[in-house]
Design a protein. Structure first.
Length: 155
């Protein structure tokens, strides 16, 4: 048996008490080379158990979610810019197309008092402002609902 050494797997299994073969113990009592290997594996296991597991000073989930939130915020800002640009373009387009008709429209609302005319125009502009503010608020609410539903963590 001195010419026939034990394999590394057999020595490791014996050391970890996965096998309890008497032939392995007998061979180890007679073979210095296998005993040296067994001691080496024993020291290696002891050294490995002494090493503390590495801990990260951060949580990867938080970092990834922050990156996603930042991306979504940039995307949201871009969408908001496009929304306002489109809205401005539509308003300018409607205003420029309605310029020739403004005198005819004003004759309908014309009164002897300039104050009455300004009141009617001012009221119309305020109503439009509130309508656009409501449209924008609904847009942001829907965007927030969609954003929250898409980023729920999977448990």
């Amino acid at each position: 048996m001195k010419n026939n050494h034990l394999t590394d797997e057999t020595l490791q299994a014996f050391l970890l008490k996965e096998t309890q073969a008497d032939t392995v113990a007998l061979h180890l009592s007679e073979c210095k080379e296998c005993t040296t290997k067994l001691e080496y594996y024993h020291n290696l296991i002891v050294d490995i158990t002494k090493v503390a597991p590495e801990s990260f000073p951060f949580e990867i989930t938080t970092i990834v979610m922050d990156k996603i939130m930042l991306y979504e915020q940039k995307k949201s800002n871009k969408q908001e810019f496009i929304f306002w640009l489109l809205l401005t373009f539509i308003l300018v387009g409607i205003s420029s197309l309605s310029i020739p008709f403004i005198p005819k429209i004003l004759t309908v609302f014309y009164s002897k008092s300039i104050f009455t005319t300004l009141l009617i125009i001012g009221t119309g502009l305020i109503v439009l402002l509130f309508l656009f503010a409501d449209i924008y608020q609904q847009y942001k609410t829907k965007e927030e609902k969609i954003f929250k539903n898409n980023l729920q963590p999977i448990l």
